[in-house]
Design a protein around this ligand. Structure first.
Ligand SMILES: *[C@@H]1O[C@H](CO)[C@@H](O)[C@H](O)[C@H]1NC(C)=O
Ligand SMILES: *[C@@H]1O[C@H](CO)[C@@H](O)[C@H](O)[C@H]1NC(C)=O
Ligand SMILES: *[C@@H]1O[C@H](CO)[C@@H](O)[C@H](O)[C@H]1NC(C)=O
Ligand SMILES: *[C@@H]1O[C@H](CO)[C@@H](O)[C@H](O)[C@H]1NC(C)=O
Ligand SMILES: *[C@@H]1O[C@H](CO)[C@@H](O)[C@H](O)[C@H]1NC(C)=O
Ligand SMILES: *[C@@H]1O[C@H](CO)[C@@H](O)[C@H](O)[C@H]1NC(C)=O
Ligand SMILES: *[C@@H]1O[C@H](CO)[C@@H](O)[C@H](O)[C@H]1NC(C)=O
Ligand SMILES: *[C@@H]1O[C@H](CO)[C@@H](O)[C@H](O)[C@H]1NC(C)=O
Ligand SMILES: *[C@@H]1O[C@H](CO)[C@@H](O)[C@H](O)[C@H]1NC(C)=O
Length: 423
C-alpha cells in the first residue's frame, strides 16, 4: 500500500513537473471558487433570514432506529419556509439510520441548503426499497454539502448481484444519492461510501456543480459507478477522488456541455461516455471536456462505448491532460460494446462517434495495446485527433495501437501511433 502510494506520488510528481497540479486539493481554494461557473445557487447577501431546521428538533435520534420521519419533517419545514434561504442541518458526530427517502420540491424558499455534517447510514436489509436511497426531486437552487458521509451499506446488495453470484437473476439495486430534475444545484464536500449500486446520479438536471466529493467502494463491488449523468446539461464536476467497482464517471444519453476537471480515479473502470445505443435506441451526447485526470490501476482510462444497432451520436468530446498509471485500456473507443449474457449480433446502424480529441495523455498501460479504436464498419469513427500521446506498457515499456475503421489525425509526438499499423 505504502509502496504503491509512493510510486503514485512519484509518478504524479514526474508528470506534474512543470505542469499544473493533477491531484485535487482537499480545500476549497479561492482559485477553484474563482473558476466556478456562475450558475450555482445564489445566496441573498445581507440576508439574516437564514432559517435553520435541525433534524434533531424534528425527532431524529441517531440511535440506530429509523430517522426518516424526522428528516421528512425538517425538509417540509425548510422547503416550505417563507425565508429566502433555509438550511436543513444534519449535526456532526452522529450517525442517522435512514430508510429510502425523497426530498420533494418545488420549494417555497428561494434556496435551500442541506448541510450534512454527520453521517447517514442505509439499513442493511433489502425489504421495502425503491430504486434510490436518498433522492432530491424537482428542487431549484439547492446546495447539498457539509463534510458528512453517506454509507450505503452496499455489501448486502452486492452479494445478491448476478455479477457476483452467477446463479442469481439480474436485478437492479438502489442508487445511493439521486438528483432528478433539479436546476441550479451544487453538491460539494461529501463522502459516499459503499453504495448499493451507483453512488450519485444526476438525471434530467441542469446547471449543476459537483465538487470536492470522495467516493469509495471496493474494486469488486458490482455496478457501483461513482458519478452518473443522464439527460443532464451544463454540468461541472471537479476536484473529486473516486475509487469504486465500476466507472468513476459515466455520461449517457441526453447529456451535453459537461466539464470534468481535476479527478483522481482508481480503482474502477475509468471515465466513460456511454454505453449508448443499447436495444437499438437513439442517443445524443455532445460537448464533453475531460481535463486533468489521474487514473490509477483502472480497467479503462478514457472511453467511449456504444452498442451495435443504435442511432444518434457522441460528438465533440475532448480528453486532455490525463495521466495514466497502469491502466488496462488507457484510450479506447468501442462501437462494438456488448455487456450482455446473450452475444450481440452484427447490425448495420450505430451511434456515430465523431470530433473526439485526445491531447497530452501520458503514462503506463497494464496491457500491450494502449490505444484501441474498435469502430463500426458501417458507421466508422470520424475526425478523431491524437496530440502528444505517450503511453507504454508498465511491463515492456513499449506498446501498440489497434485502430479499426478509423482514420485519425495526429500531431505533436504520438506514441503509440494509429497510423503505423502493427500487423
Ligand atoms: C409545500 O407546500 C405545498 C403547498 O401547500 C405542498 O403541496 C407541498 O407538498 C409542500 N412541500 C413539502 C416538501 O412539504
Ligand atoms: C465532534 O467530535 C470531535 C472529535 O471527536 C470534537 O472535537 C468535537 O467537539 C465534536 N463536535 C460536536 C459538535 O460534538
Ligand atoms: C467541509 O465541511 C466541513 C464541515 O462542515 C468544513 O469544516 C470544511 O471546511 C469543508 N471543506 C470544504 C472544502 O468546503
Ligand atoms: C448464490 O446464490 C444461491 C441461490 O440463492 C445460494 O444458494 C448460494 O449460496 C449463493 N452463493 C454464494 C457464494 O453466495
Ligand atoms: C435520450 O435523451 C433524450 C434527451 O433527454 C430523450 O428525449 C430520449 O428519450 C432519450 N432516449 C432514450 C432511449 O432514453
Ligand atoms: C434491452 O431490452 C431487453 C428486453 O426488453 C432488456 O432485458 C435489457 O435489459 C435491455 N438492455 C439494456 C442494456 O437496456
Ligand atoms: C471489438 O470489440 C468487440 C466487442 O468488445 C470484440 O469482440 C472484438 O474482438 C473487438 N475487435 C478488436 C479488433 O479488438
Ligand atoms: C498493473 O495491473 C495489472 C493488472 O491490473 C497487475 O497485475 C500488475 O501487477 C500491475 N502492475 C503494477 C506495476 O502495478
Ligand atoms: C481512411 O482513408 C482512406 C484513404 O483516404 C480511405 O480509403 C478509407 O475509406 C478511410 N477509412 C475510414 C474509416 O474513414
Amino acid at each position: 500500500m505504502t509502496i504503491q502510494f509512493l510510486l503514485f506520488s512519484f509518478l504524479v510528481f514526474l508528470f506534474n513537473n512543470g505542469a499544473s497540479s493533477y491531484v485535487p486539493s482537499q480545500d476549497l481554494t479561492s482559485n477553484s471558487l474563482a473558476e466556478a461557473p456562475s450558475f450555482h445557487t445564489r445566496y441573498h447577501p445581507n440576508s439574516d433570514e437564514q432559517d435553520v431546521f435541525n433534524v434533531d428538533d424534528y425527532g431524529a435520534k441517531a440511535d440506530g432506529t429509523d430517522d426518516r420521519e424526522a428528516f421528512k419533517g425538517a425538509w417540509e419545514a425548510a422547503c416550505n419556509s417563507t425565508a429566502d434561504t433555509t438550511v436543513l442541518l444534519v449535526p456532526r458526530n452522529k450517525t442517522y439510520l435512514l430508510r429510502p427517502l425523497v426530498f420533494n420540491g418545488p420549494c417555497e424558499a428561494k434556496s435551500v441548503t442541506v448541510k450534512i455534517k454527520g453521517n447517514l447510514k442505509a439499513p442493511s436489509d433489502r425489504s421495502d426499497w425503491s430504486n434510490y436511497w436518498i433522492k432530491f426531486r424537482y428542487v431549484k437552487h439547492l446546495t447539498v454539502k457539509g463534510g458528512g458521509k453517506l454509507d450505503g451499506s452496499g455489501q448486502i446488495w452486492w452479494q445478491h448481484s448476478c455479477k457476483i453470484n452467477r446463479t442469481l437473476p439480474c436485478t437492479d439495486a438502489p442508487t445511493a444519492l439521486m438528483f432528478y430534475q433539479c436546476k441550479h444545484l451544487r453538491v460539494s464536500n461529501l463522502t459516499s461510501k459503499d453504495s448499493q449500486q451507483i453512488h450519485v446520479v444526476f438525471s434530467h438536471c441542469s446547471h449543476v456543480e459537483a465538487l470536492h466529493l470522495t467516493i469509495r467502494a471496493p474494486l469488486w463491488s458490482p455496478n457501483t459507478d461513482g458519478i452518473h449523468l443522464t439527460s443532464t446539461r451544463n454540468m461541472k464536476i471537479s476536484d473529486c477522488f473516486i475509487g469504486t467497482g465500476d466507472d468513476c464517471i459515466s455520461i449517457v444519453n441526453g447529456s451535453k456541455h459537461v466539464h470534468v476537471n481535476n479527478i483522481v480515479c482508481g480503482p474502477g473502470h475509468g471515465i466513460s461516455i456511454g454505453s449508448l445505443g443499447a436495444n437499438n435506441s437513439r442517443a445524443h451526447v455532445s460537448n464533453v471536456h475531460v481535463e486533468k485526470a489521474t487514473l490509477i490501476g483502472t480497467t479503462n482510462g478514457v472511453r467511449i462505448k456504444t452498442w451495435q444497432g443504435g442511432h444518434g451520436y457522441a460528438k465533440n468530446i475532448h480528453f486532455q491532460d490525463i495521466f495514466m498509471c497502469n491502466v488496462s485500456n488507457p484510450i479506447i473507443i468501442n462501437q462494438n460494446y456488448c455487456d450482455s449474457k446473450i452475444p450481440c449480433y452484427q447490425q448495420n446502424s450505430a451511434v456515430a462517434v465523431r470530433e473526439v480529441t485526445f491531447k497530452n495523455i501520458r503514462g503506463t498501460s497494464a496491457t500491450d495495446i494502449s490505444v484501441n479504436f474498435n469502430c463500426s464498419s458501417t458507421v466508422p469513427c470520424k475526425h478523431i485527433e491524437l496530440e502528444d500521446i505517450s503511453l507504454v506498457s508498465s511491463d515492456t515499456f513499449t506498446s501498440s495501437s489497434s485502430c479499426i475503421n478509423v482514420n485519425s489525425t495526429e500531431s505533436g509526438s504520438v506514441f503509440p501511433s494509429c497510423n503505423t499499423k502493427r500487423n
